[in-house]
Design a protein around this ligand. Structure first.
Ligand SMILES: Cc1cc2nc3c(=O)[nH]c(=O)nc-3n(C[C@H](O)[C@H](O)[C@H](O)COP(=O)(O)OP(=O)(O)OC[C@H]3O[C@@H](n4cnc5c(N)ncnc54)[C@H](O)[C@@H]3O)c2cc1C
Length: 507
């Protein structure tokens, strides 16, 4: 029987990120994806700054940016009457280039290491696929379906089926990760239920090519053009677009007629994919059953407002990845794997609430479209309601694993254990994030003595001495121990019992 330390069911963005994360720690995995190719459905269109920080640590940020919207282009949200009508209000957001300059200029720990990235799932998945196919530690197979598993004290035995031939085989692994999306078989077989609301809204998606930018960008380049009836997503600011709109209340949907109606006139285009779909607000009751874990949409499904679906899943993959690697390398404490659910499920819950809140604002705006006929008044009302769905920096960067609720809108830098490590640039111009080692890193400020923690370290540890008094206050302590996922593990001004600190960090 074939053996693999970790079997990953599902080759969406979360499964592929998990494979890459495990490989970065030297751990082999077998990934199976039932489809023969990566997705044709655009789905997600924002990879947030936190995911980009994590992708950067996985060596993927540049490769991903190469297929994304050009770095000079803005992230604006344009509310319009229709593309042949007028613009009501524009929420303006900087391009990647402008955001990078802002990050450099505000070196106070409030900024991300990486700006967000506009890109569709159609573009991102092949980059992730090529990265894992090129990695000798990942055995990735498309066209192979995961069918079921049985687990015992020592491991998991799974059944796989090659879709084309129907041939089945059994594999034995130490751990199984269910990254098999919203209708996860792994979740079902664990008997884990979902709580929340299913089928919140019936939507219709039309993904198309068109070069008539004078029509589609009538109000200039923006990322989203929004009305009460839906959102046109500019996928590359050139010729690829997605309309997300309502499913018609009656009759069969006619995507050609729906496009003309939304835009306000007919125009040349080629529809690539069009289909109805449902939004959900769901969270799995548990993220773990024995040696089996859930990550990504298998564990949570959101309305896309805010873009938390894949982004939350990337956080899951990195948290789970380093803990599985620590367990397989032999230095995880008895409770480390159980901490995955303890840390990530509350994030999944909070992000579901945030997605629901943002949808509420969209619904309020849609009602205003019906009640307010004066476009100037309507524009001002939209401005006043704001656009928290693309400004919730606390949701994106402020989530922490110590039970403290972050401010959803403002990211407040802290090194409280469980929080994301604040990012700064050092005096020599390098980024502190880029100096972190692959496993744990101990940051030493102001001549603090790291020897206790070094001598007691059961896991690989890098030391970074920060010789810049102006940065020390941001880090709130002389010694800051950072986990592989760039969350703070421990902090203190001195350490007199390194064994106890490590026991807690890896517990
Ligand atoms: C319209 C829309 C817009 C969105 N916008 C955003 C956004 O801006 N930002 C964001 O972060 N998220 C967004 N999302 C959500 C995002 O697309 C999902 O959260 C993301 O795809 C989840 O990734 P995943 O890998 O967990 O699951 P999936 O992408 O669903 O991947 C699961 C994979 O598992 C495979 N699989 C399933 N069962 C089996 C099996 N038995 N054997 C083998 N393989 C199997 C599937 O074929 C699939 O490839 C959006 C979604 C939609 C629909």
């Amino acid at each position: 029987m074939r053996r693999a330390p970790v079997l990953i069911a599902g080759g969406g963005p979360v499964g592929m990120t998990l494979a890459r994360t495990l490989a970065s720690f030297g751990v082999r995995s077998l990934l199976v994806e039932r489809n023969p190719t990566t997705t044709r459905h655009p789905k997600m269109d924002i990879t947030n700054g936190r995911s980009m920080e994590l992708f950067r640590r996985l060596g993927l940020a540049d490769r991903l940016r190469a297929v994304a919207v050009p770095e000079e282009n803005n992230f604006d949200i344009s509310w319009i009457t229709s593309l042949t009508g007028r613009e009501l209000h524009r929420f303006r957001y900087p391009s990647v280039v402008q955001k990078r300059a802002e990050i450099r200029a505000r070196n106070d720990g409030t900024q991300p290491r990486e700006p967000a990235m506009r890109v569709s799932q159609v573009m991102i998945e092949p980059v992730l696929r090529d990265a894992i196919l090129g990695d000798p530690l990942v055995d990735a197979r498309w066209g192979v379906a995961f069918e079921g598993f049985a687990q015992d004290d020592e491991g998991v035995t799974a059944t796989l089926r090659t879709v084309e031939t129907g041939v089945t085989e059994q594999v034995r692994c130490d751990f199984l990760a269910g990254c098999d999306g919203g209708s996860s078989i792994v979740r079902d077989q664990l008997g884990i239920g979902l709580e929340g609301k299913a089928a919140v809204a019936h939507r219709y998606m039309i993904h198309f090519k068109s070069e008539v930018r004078d029509v589609l960008q009538a109000f200039g380049v923006a990322w989203h053009y929004q009305t009460d009836k839906g959102t046109l997503i500019a996928q590359d600011d050139k010729d690829t677009w997605t309309l997300q709109t309502r499913m018609p209340a009656e009759g069969e949907p006619d995507p050609e007629a729906m496009l003309d109606a939304w835009v306000g006139r007919s125009f040349p285009r080629k529809i690539l994919v069009a289909n109805p779909w449902f939004t959900h607000l769901l969270l799995a009751d548990r993220y773990q059953g024995g040696r089996v874990f859930l990550a990504g949409d298998a564990a949570h499904q959101y309305i896309p407002t805010g873009g938390y679906g894949m982004n939350t899943g990337i956080g899951d993959a990195v948290d789970l990845g380093w803990k599985l690697a620590a367990a397989l390398k032999g230095f995880a404490g008895r409770g480390l794997l159980a901490s995955y659910e303890r840390e990530r499920r509350p994030v999944g819950y909070r992000n579901r609430l945030a997605s629901e809140r943002h949808t509420g604002v969209r619904l309020e705006i849609a009602e205003l479209y019906q009640s307010e006929r004066d476009p100037d008044v309507l524009g001002r009302a939209i401005a006043a309601l704001g656009n928290a769905e693309n400004e919730s920096w606390g949701v994106e960067f402020g989530y922490r694993y110590d039970g403290v609720e972050p401010n959803p809108v403002v990211y407040e830098p802290t090194t409280a254990p469980g929080a994301r490590l604040p990012s700064v640039f050092l005096r020599d111009g390098s980024a502190l994030y880029d100096r972190l080692g692959p496993w744990f890193t101990l940051l030493c400020f102001g001549g603090a003595d790291p020897s206790e923690l070094i001598d007691a370290a059961p896991a690989p540890l890098d030391i970074v001495v920060v010789d810049d008094a102006s940065l020390a206050p941001i880090y709130e302590a002389s010694l800051v121990l950072v986990r592989p996922d760039t969350h703070v593990a421990w902090r203190g001004n001195a350490c007199d019992d390194g064994v106890a600190v490590w026991a807690k960090v890896l517990a």
